[in-house]
Design a protein around this ligand. Structure first.
Ligand code: ADP
Ligand code: MG
Length: 208
């Protein structure tokens, strides 16, 4: 599915996509948060982008762990430690690997999801990024079990992530800043679920 070079290329594309959608992600954080999600993510991914040249030729585990540590150390908001944990856990799973197949990729995504749930003390249905992560992972596993190839599996994942992000409008947040607004958060899409959908869509597009 991917070697280290392809992983670096996808991370570069993620940084671009986050930059392109920075204002939109920040606006989503306005009614239910503190209007900084796009700013936080863009700051983190800009720092990641600067690390990429030094990561050429490294194994996938080292690349992902470095991305995670960079996000943790440069993003002040909740999303920094959460996305940072996701990448670091995926990196631990990929330690020493220079090639990743679809099955391996899904294992990394499992580790990332478990890391976010543990770090955020959150579960599905609490109007967070997990409401995009969990259904997308389930959809990808199902598509793989049905015999679909990488492109189809990733497309199914991205579609399920976007549906999950959309569904956060119907959920009352019980974790993070959005929990402070309670029912007034209804009708508003979670910024973290949205950024996650953009990131997974970026991976899917690399195979379309
Ligand atoms: P902050 O909330 O500190 O301002 P951001 O605005 O960058 O940080 O990120 C907010 C996003 O982080 C939310 O939209 C949500 O998806 C995610 N989030 C916040 N708290 C949690 C948590 N406990 N578990 C999982 N995700 C969370
Ligand atoms: Mg915020």
């Amino acid at each position: 599915m991917a070697d280290s070079k392809k992983i670096l290329e996808m991370i570069r594309q993620m940084a671009q996509v986050i930059e392109e959608h920075k204002d939109e992600l920040t606006q989503l954080d306005q009614p239910i948060g503190d209007s900084d999600h796009g700013i936080n993510m863009a700051r983190g991914f800009q720092a990641v982008e600067q690390k990429l040249p030094g990561l050429e030729g490294k194994d996938i585990g080292t690349i992902l762990k470095t991305v995670g540590m960079t996000l943790v150390s440069t993003v002040g908001g909740a999303s920094g430690p959460l996305y940072g944990t996701a990448f670091m856990k995926a990196g631990m799973e990929a330690a020493g690997l220079t090639q990743l197949d679809l099955e391996g990729f899904l294992k990394l995504m499992d580790a990332a999801e478990a890391g976010v749930a543990q770090r955020g003390k959150a579960a599905e249905g609490e109007a967070t990024m997990l409401d995009a992560m969990i259904p997308s992972l389930n959809a990808m596993k199902k598509a793989k079990e049905a015999g679909e190839g990488t492109a189809q599996v990733l497309q199914a994942g991205a579609a399920a992530a976007w549906a999950g992000a959309e569904h956060t409008k119907d959920l009352i947040a019980t974790k993070g800043r959005a929990s402070y607004v309670g029912e007034r958060g209804l009708g508003h899409q979670d910024p973290g679920a949205t950024s996650y959908s953009y990131l997974l869509e970026t991976i899917a597009k690399a195979y379309s």
